[in-house]
Every structure is written in structure tokens, then in C-alpha cells.
Design a protein around this ligand. Sequence first.
Ligand SMILES: *Cc1c(COP(=O)(O)O)cnc(C)c1O
Length: 342
Amino acid sequence: MTIDLRSDTVTKPGAAMRQAMASADVGDDVLDGDPTVARLQERVAELLGKERALFFPTGTMANQAALWLLGDRGTEVLLDAEAHIAHWELAGAAALAGLQLRPVRGDGLVMDAEALRRTIRQPSPNAPRASLVCLENTHNGAGGVVTSLPELRAISEVAREHGLPVHMDGARLWNASVATGTSLAEFAACADTVMVSFSKGLGAPVGAALAGDSAAMTDAWVIRKRFGGGMRQSGILAAGALYGLENNLTRLAEDHEHARLLADRVEGAGGARVVPPDTNILMVDLAHGIAAAEVVARMSERGVKISAWSPTRLRAVTHLDVGRTDAETAAQALAELLAEMA
Ligand SMILES: *Cc1c(COP(=O)(O)O)cnc(C)c1O
């Protein structure tokens, strides 16, 4: 049996989730609504404290819809330099919404209010104007890093001072909430629109949602359709997401515990240094001369799949399909291998 730590997207729906999907009450959600999608959207809106939410096939489409909705063509989006929107959405901001991405580098692992403040340009006829700020919480590329509520509020305040709307890429906002005890709604109040994903830690096969006020979601409905995201009997998919919300949300704490277990065992092994994990993503920086690709290949021979985030950095993600014994086995194998390679 392999232990797959490449991503929290690799989870496979279990029997109970499949049963919930198979028996979902459905309708045509493009024509006049699907009752299970409606239930999911109401539940997400309620959890996030927003007026409405819309079900999307993917988080990428929901992020791109938010950029289209809130950004103005020919202007800049200010966002963390390592944001998913900047690195993993195939320049969609430029290709679709005509937006330029302006990376913001914080003093710590992720963008902070001060960094945002110093990056915003003085108005000038010769420099691009910003039209939107994007946040990412937890931050994937930084290693599942949580931006705290006070910092998020400060960022949102800077945006407001400059008249800029805020979109939050909250693919893993669930993890931020479970890790800190801050409610989803308190986090979401720092942004005009929020994207959440069901196919990461919650374990659903497909889906994301975009939440915001009613008028924004009326516009987002049109954008989603234009992007090809109008889905018919999508209640079958929404049922998986609802099941994940009901059953797999609070258990994210176990994933966080397993990531810490991995971090504790691997720290120092063969000179490796870990970024202490806030949530379920562990980044491991290798000692000089050890190649991430080689570690990945040799771990794979030992039945553990991890990824090379860069030539010298490993990434391991804990999730629903990795139990405590798996986490211990993987930690032991990695620590031993790194010591051997040193
Ligand atoms: C996974 C992810 C997305 C995109 O979600 P998909 O459903 O895979 O398109 C966006 N942002 C972050 C931070 C993610 O981790």
C-alpha cells in the first residue's frame, strides 16, 4: 500500500460519501435549480456569513470568476508573490480578465498589511492603477500558512483605504479556521468574495464555491455560465461536498497533528530543516547537495509519495486518507532516508 502525501486532492470518496452522492435529490441547476446544490450553497453562505454562495466545478474557475467580477481590465491585482492565482492558474488573470498581477512580498512567509501598503502606487497617468487585492488563506505555496485574523483585518483596512475590493482564495480556509479557532465567517468578513474548495481536505471528488453579497453573486452566475461552468444535475457533486462539510471539517485537526508529527521527526534528519506547519502542508528544505527529485524517487521505492516543490524543497500534505500509522511510517521512512543520504 502506498502512502500518498503529494496533495490533499488525492483523497478518494468513501462508501458513505458515494452513497450520499448516489441518492442525491437533483434538478437542472442551469434551468431552474437543483435542490442539493441549493442546500450546499445556503450552507456555505451561512458558514461564511455571506448573503449568497455559488457552486463551481473548480477553485480555479471560482478564482477566475472573482477576478473577472472585481478587477478592471487593464489594471493590476495586488497579491502575495507566491499566490496560487499567480503560479498555478496558467496566467488566467491576463488571458481572461485582462489583469496584470503585481506580486507583494511580506517580511514573513506571506503578504502582510505593511507590505501591501508600500506596494500600492501613487496615482500617476504613467503607471497602472490597482483595482483588486487577493488574499490566500491558508497559503498553499508558503506551506499551509495561516494569516491571523488581526493581520487579515489590517490588510483589508489598507485595501479599503485605497478603495480596493478584496477577494480571498480560501481553498483551505477550513484548515485556517480549525487550526486557530477563528470562525470561517470572521475570516470571510475581511473579503468581498471568498472561494472555498471541497476537493482538498474535505475529501469531495469535485467542487468549490464562491461566496459574496447577493448582487455580486447574480453577476458571478453569468460569469460562471460564460466560463462554461453552468452545471445541470450537479446535486450529485454537491452531495459529496455537503457530506464533506458535515463529516470531514472538524477532523482536519488530525491532519494538522499528522503534519506536526512529520515535521518533528524530519527536522534535522540529514541536515534537513522544516518550515513548522500551521496546518496540513509540510515544506522540508534539504541540506546542501541533496536533490529533492532523488529523495522523491527513493521515497517512492519505499511506498511513500511526496513531491519536489523546488530542486531543494520537498512538500508533503496530510489528508483524510492518511491515518496516524501512515503518518508515522512515512515520517520514519523519510527521516531514515535523509540521514542515509547525508
Ligand atoms: C487547489 C487550489 C486552488 C484551485 O482549486 P482547483 O479546484 O484545483 O481548481 C486555488 N487556490 C488554492 C490556494 C489551492 O490550493
